[in-house]
Design a protein around this ligand. Structure first.
Ligand code: LLP
Length: 412
C-alpha cells in the first residue's frame, strides 16, 4: 500500500501501521510516505517533460534532511530563503547550481555565503539588492547570477497572508519598472542578469491567475531578449494548491496546461518552485487523545498535539482532515479538536463531525507534510515532535523528539 489508507481495520502509511509507529516513537509524531513524495515528484517531471525545465523544491515547506536528500536524489533543485536553508540543501546533496535563492531580506552574510558556495541563481527582490549583490560579488572577485523577482499585481485568490504577487505585497518589484531596473543593472560589475521570476502566492487552486502571471513574465522576457539580454531562465515560482478535503484537486498536468502555452517558443529553461504540492499530502500528524470533555454544550477532544506542532489552523483557519486511526464505529458528533497550549486559538479542527474518540485513541491529522513541522515551535516550552519516514513497511526515525535539555540548550 502506498501513502495513507486502511490496512484491515486501522490506518497505515506505506505499509507501516500507525498504531505501531505511535507506540514505538511516541506522539505527537509526523509521519511521511516516501512513495507519496516520489509520486508527486514524478507527476511534476512528467507534466513538464515537453520543455527544458528545473523543479526547485521549496525547502521552507519541509526542510527535514531525509526529505531533502530524497528530492535531491530524484533530481530536484532547491528554492531557499535563508542561509540555514542553503546549508541544509547543500548538506542534503543538492548541487549548488540547481539552487535558487529567494527572499526580501537577504543579509550581506547570506549573499556572501551564497556566492562562496556557488548558488545557481539569486532571485533579487529589489534594485537595492542587485546593487548590494554586485558590491559583495566584486569584493569576492566573483559574479552573481541574478534573476529579478517581479510583482505582476495578480490576485491568486488564496488566503491574504499567503498572497505574494499583489501590488501591496512586500515581494519583488512592480512589473512596470522591472525592465528599467534590469537595464540599469546591466552595467554593474559582479552581476549577470539571467532571468526573471515571480511567485503569486501559495495554496492556489484556481489556476487562471498562474496563466496570467506566466503570460506577463513571458512578455517581459521577450522584451528583454529582444534587447539582447542573455536570459537563460523564466521562473514562475510555486503555489500549486492541494485539496485539503481529500479530493483530487489540481495537479502538475493542469498547471502545465495553464502555463506552457504562455512560454511557448521562448528559448529559456522553465524553473518552478513547488513546496506544498510535493509534500503536503505525503505527511500526516499522529496525535493521541488525552481527554474528552464538554463545556456549555461544546465538546472538546483534547489531544497531545497543539498549535506549536501545527500552526496552520490557528494562523490561517486552515482545514485539515482528522481521522481515527482505529475507527470504533462510534456515533459521529461535532467536536473541537484542541491542543494543550494555553490559548483559545489552539485548535487543530473546530466544529468538526468525527466519531467520538476516547482518551488513549489515536487521531491522524492529514496533509501536514508541508508547513507542518516547518512552522512548529517550542511555545509553552513544549519539545518539538519527532518525524518518521515510512517506506515499504518500514518506519525510519528521521528526527528524534526534542527533550527538556534541547529546550534550554542555548540559554547562557
Ligand atoms: N517560492 C517562493 C518564492 C515562495 O515564497 C514560496 C512559498 C514557494 C516558492 C513555495 O510555495 P508552495 O508551492 O508551497 O505554495 N505557511 C503557508 C505557506 C507559505 C508559503 C510562502 N511561500 C501555509 O502554511 O499555507
Amino acid at each position: 500500500m502506498k501513502g495513507f489508507g486502511p490496512v484491515g481495520s486501522e490506518l497505515a502509511c506505506d505499509g507501516v501501521l500507525l498504531r505501531e509507529a505511535a507506540e514505538r516513537f511516541g506522539t505527537p509524531l509526523f509521519v511521511y510516505s516516501r512513495s507519496a513524495i516520489e509520486e508527486a515528484w514524478r507527476a511534476y517531471e512528467a507534466a513538464f517533460a515537453p520543455v527544458p525545465h528545473r523543479i526547485c523544491y521549496a525547502v521552507k515547506a519541509n526542510g527535514n534532511g531525509a526529505i531533502l536528500k530524497l528530492l535531491a536524489e530524484l533530481g530536484a533543485g532547491a528554492d531557499i530563503v535563508s542561509g540555514g536553508e542553503m546549508l541544509a540543501a547543500l548538506r542534503a546533496g543538492f548541487p549548488p547550481q540547481r539552487i535558487v535563492f529567494a527572499g526580501v531580506g537577504k543579509t550581506d552574510e547570506e549573499l556572501a555565503l551564497g556566492l562562496e558556495r556557488g548558488i545557481g541563481e539569486f532571485n533579487a527582490e529589489s534594485e537595492q539588492e542587485i546593487r548590494r549583490l554586485s558590491r559583495v560579488a566584486v569584493t569576492r572577485g566573483t559574479v552573481a547570477r541574478v534573476s529579478l523577482r517581479v510583482n505582476p499585481d495578480i490576485d491568486p485568490q488564496t488566503h491574504p497572508y499567503i498572497s505574494t504577487g499583489l501590488r501591496e505585497a512586500k515581494f519583488g518589484v512592480p512589473i512596470g519598472i522591472a525592465g528599467d531596473i534590469l537595464r540599469r543593472s546591466r552595467s554593474l560589475a559582479g552581476v549577470q542578469v539571467v532571468g526573471v521570476q515571480c511567485h503569486l502566492g501559495s495554496q492556489i487552486t484556481d489556476l487562471a491567475p498562474l496563466a496570467t502571471g506566466a503570460r506577463d513574465l513571458a512578455g517581459l522576457s521577450r522584451e528583454l531578449l529582444d534587447e539582447g539580454f542573455p536570459l537563460e531562465t523564466i521562473d514562475l515560482g510555486g503555489g500549486l494548491g492541494v485539496d485539503y478535503e481529500g479530493g483530487a484537486g489540481a495537479d502538475p498536468a493542469a498547471l502545465a496546461e495553464h502555463i506552457l502555452p504562455a512560454i511557448d517558443g521562448l528559448p529559456l529553461t522553465l524553473v518552478l518552485e513547488p513546496g506544498r504540492s510535493l509534500v503536503a499530502e505525503a505527511g500526516a500528524l499522529l496525535t493521541r487523545v488525552l481527554y474528552v470533555k464538554e463545556n456549555q454544550g461544546r465538546r472538546f477532544v483534547i489531544v497531545d498535539a497543539g498549535m506549536n506542532d501545527l500552526l496552520r489552523p490557528a494562523l490561517y483557519g486552515a482545514h485539515h482532515r482528522v481521522e481515527p486511526v482505529q475507527p470504533r464505529g462510534a456515533p459521529r458528533v461535532e467536536v473541537d479538536v484542541v491542543g494543550p497550549v494555553c490559548e483559545t486559538g489552539d485548535f487543530l479542527a473546530r466544529g468538526r463531525e468525527i466519531e467520538l474518540p476516547e482518551p488513549g485513541d489515536l487521531l491522524l491529522v492529514r496533509d501536514t507534510g508541508a508547513y507542518g513541522f516547518a512552522m512548529s515551535s517550542r511555545y509553552n516550552m513544549r519539545p518539538r515532535a519527532a518525524e518518521v519516514m515510512a517506506e515499504a513497511g518500514v518506519a525510519r526515525l528521521i528526527r528524534r523528539r526534542e527533550t527538556f535539555e534541547d529546550l534550554i540548550d542555548t540559554e547562557v
